[in-house]
Ligand binder design. Sequence first.
Ligand code: AMP
Length: 269
Amino acid sequence: MKIVRTVTEVRNAVAPFSEVGLVPTMGAFHEGHLSLFAAARKESDAVVASLFVNPAQFSSGEDLDRYPRDEERDVTLAEEAGIDFLFAPAAGVMYPPGYQTWIDVEELGRRLEGEFRPGHFRGVATVCCKLLNIVRPRRAYFGQKDAQQAAVVKRLVADLNLDVEIRVLPTVRDVDGLALSTRNAYLSPAERETALALPRALATKDPAKARAVLVGLDVDYVEVAELDGQRVLAAAVHVGRTRLIDNVILDIPCQDSSWLGRTKKGEDR
Ligand code: AMP
């Protein structure tokens, strides 16, 4: 595996290949990332994993500074997963002085996560668009764990006529049901126990029942939403200082959104 840090380097690296797979990540690899790597490996001549903790998707007061980073460990895991090129740019490579162009997926980017993390999807959409333009992969791989992120990326790919296929892979969970996430590392053992309410709540597949399971937790939202034509029950909760998100896919195909149940912070239902 080759570690590449500049746009020219990664472009030159993938130039000989026609079936390039890209897996965008923020590092601190876990089985969720590895499942995307495996899918990409199966379908591609060359696999690029990007490792970039994108400052643009964190707002001030969020966890950018303490976000887990361990490049050495990530290099080993990526190598074992058969990644060909690890693209690990410095922030100045992605956002050089004078940078001023942003992608705003307007309506979709303001709902759910976008409501509680203003500007988050502007940062996500911009960095993903840049990575897709830099690597120009045939396919890019995302996790259902971040269902709204995957929907935002699919939206921008369609809206901006990008020539790439977006693959969304199932959420990988721990044996206790908690979706794997880099942020789980913040949880104390007691907080982790508390956090198990999140997958339990979502397993009800019902927003009112889910909210009942989450009583006592600081809930940002528990909401049925249509994302990329698929109905999901999605939730975000705070456990101590850690904010966790998760979702489950609901079975019935979505016809329209008028009937969707909705329970939110400050609402009674
Ligand atoms: P991150 O490094 O957290 O930005 O995640 C990089 C990619 O891995 C994103 O597409 C995530 O949706 C995906 N991912 C993160 N956690 C999981 C998980 N538990 N299962 C499947 N995919 C995941």
